[in-house]
Structures are given as structure tokens and as C-alpha cells.
Design a protein. Structure first.
Length: 277
């Protein structure tokens, strides 16, 4: 198995197929949540999978990804799968992208800003995405046209804020210290201009942009499985999400999510880029 995902010609889907796949993603994420949740706030064996530094993985990560892979294999055996823990299994051009626990550090320290991420990648873009936090039973989902939050049996449509200026914006990043020096300088430039900067959040900061609680989410060093599920959620809520240079963020790297196009253009300028046309 390969550990990389690449762009390919997009697969065309009908509206009916998109709706079917989105509902499947919601169900699969909830099933993984049932597997993962018993590990939360328990004694966990943590393995460091990095050659240098610390990149933790737990039995919960592995069990959650296996649960989603099993559901995909049983329902759509022709589809590809790309996951953080078990790599790439090629398919028919549609690929499910899995991060079984985005925010493993938060998970292993008992904090709540982690989630199960599942997206369907058509070769160019993720066409749908789900983020599920089983402890709070919050399920975010989106298809780039709309986005929703399900909690306690209710489903509400999400909408980003109407913030159009960085000076009025609340922004968040998971950790400035993980950024290379040049990117730290770029981030400080926008952070100093913003009204408020909150450090920490992992996948949840993108959910909060979609909900309208945050105006900007800024990250770097991401993998495809870190971000794909979140792209259709932010876009579906009316936001804009690109790389720092205005490009396609689907394979990871630098990512900025903004509540409005005007805010996004200013954010890209402060990060040293021109807004994408």
C-alpha cells in the first residue's frame, strides 16, 4: 500500500449518488465513534510513529480506521480508501479519506477538540465531508453547497459569520510552534492584525468557522486526511478555504479558511499571497 494520495481526473456523480454517499459517511463516522469512545479518558497505550519528534497513535486510532474501512469494503468495495493509519488502497477513482482521530494529542489528554474525519475525494476535490465528535455527539457534515450540524437528534444548517475584515476577525490555529520559521512570521503578521487569536483546536476550529463562532482558521503542515473532510463543510456553510497561496488545499500543506471572500482576500494578502481569481 502507498502512503500518498494524488490528483486525477474528477469522477462525475449524480445528485442522488452524492446524497447517498453523504448519508453513508454520517453512518460510518458514527459507527467509528462507537468503537473509539470507550478508549477516551481511559488508560491508553500510546505509540510514537515518528522517526523524529512525536507523532502519537493509539489503539483507538487504529480501531476507528478499521471500522470505517470495513464499512466501506462491505458497501462500496470498488472505491479506494486512504487513511492515516493504513495508507492507500486504490479503487475506481473515488477515494474515501479517513483520519480516525484528528487531534490525537487532545484525545490522549482528555480534551474535547478532536474528531473523526471522513471525506469522499473525486480526484480533484473532496465532494463531501463529515466530522464527528462522539463524546459530545456533534456531527458536522457538508457537500460544498450546504453544511449541517447534528446534535441531540436535531439537524441545523450552518452559516459562516459575515466578517469581512481581519481587524474584526477571531482566528485560530492548532499550534504556532509547529510552523517553520518563515510561516511563523507570516502567521504573526495576520495574528497581530486580528481582533482575537485562539491557539488550539485541530479539526474543531474549522467546524467553528462553519458555525460562525470563528472567522478564520489557519494551519500548515497538514496531510490530505487532516483537511479533506473539512473543506466541504466550510464551503457548504458559505466560507472560503484554500492554501496560503490561494490554491487547492485538498492534498494538505498550508490551509486558510475564511468566513467571507473579502476576509479571505485580506488574509491571503497578509500571509504573503494574492487572492485566487
Amino acid at each position: 500500500m502507498s502512503d500518498t494520495l494524488a490528483y486525477s481526473p474528477a469522477v462525475t456523480l449524480s445528485e442522488g449518488q452524492r446524497a447517498e454517499f453523504l448519508q453513508f459517511a454520517r453512518t460510518a463516522a458514527r459507527a467509528a465513534g462507537a468503537v473509539i469512545l470507550p478508549y477516551f479518558r481511559s488508560s491508553l497505550q500510546v505509540t510514537n510513529k515518528a522517526d523524529a519528534g512525536f507523532d502519537p497513535v493509539t489503539l483507538a486510532d487504529q480501531a476507528g480506521e478499521r471500522a470505517i474501512r470495513s464499512a466501506i469494503a462491505a458497501t462500496y468495495p470498488e472505491h479506494g480508501i486512504f487513511g492515516e493509519e493504513y495508507g492507500l488502497q486504490a479503487g475506481n477513482g473515488l477515494t474515501w479519506v479517513i483520519d480516525p482521530i484528528d487531534g490525537t494529542r487532545a484525545f490522549m489528554t482528555g480534551m474535547l477538540h478532536w474528531g473523526i474525519l471522513l471525506a469522499l475525494f473525486d480526484g480533484e476535490q473532496p465532494i463531501l465531508g463529515v466530522m464527528y465528535q462522539p463524546y459530545t455527539d456533534e456531527l458536522f457534515s457538508g457537500d460544498s453547497d450546504s453544511a449541517w450540524l447534528e446534535r441531540a437528534g436535531d439537524r441545523v444548517e450552518l452559516s459562516t459569520s459575515n466578517c469581512e475584515e481581519v481587524g474584526a476577525a477571531s482566528l485560530s490555529t492548532t499550534g504556532v510552534h509547529w510552523l517553520p520559521q518563515t510561516q511563523q512570521q507570516q502567521f504573526r503578521q495576520i495574528s497581530q492584525a486580528a481582533k482575537l487569536t485562539k491557539v488550539g483546536g485541530d479539526c474543531y476550529l474549522f467546524g467553528m468557522v462553519a458555525m460562525g463562532s470563528l472567522d478564520l482558521g489557519i494551519e500548515a503542515g497538514l496531510k490530505a486526511y487532516d483537511i479533506q473532510a473539512l473543506i466541504p463543510i466550510v464551503r457548504g456553510a458559505g466560507g472560503v478555504i484554500t492554501s496560503w497561496d490561494g490554491g487547492n488545499p485538498s492534498l494538505g500543506g498550508t490551509v486558510v479558511a475564511s468566513a467571507t471572500p473579502a476576509l479571505h482576500a485580506e488574509a491571503l494578502a497578509l500571509l504573503g499571497a494574492e487572492a485566487a481569481s
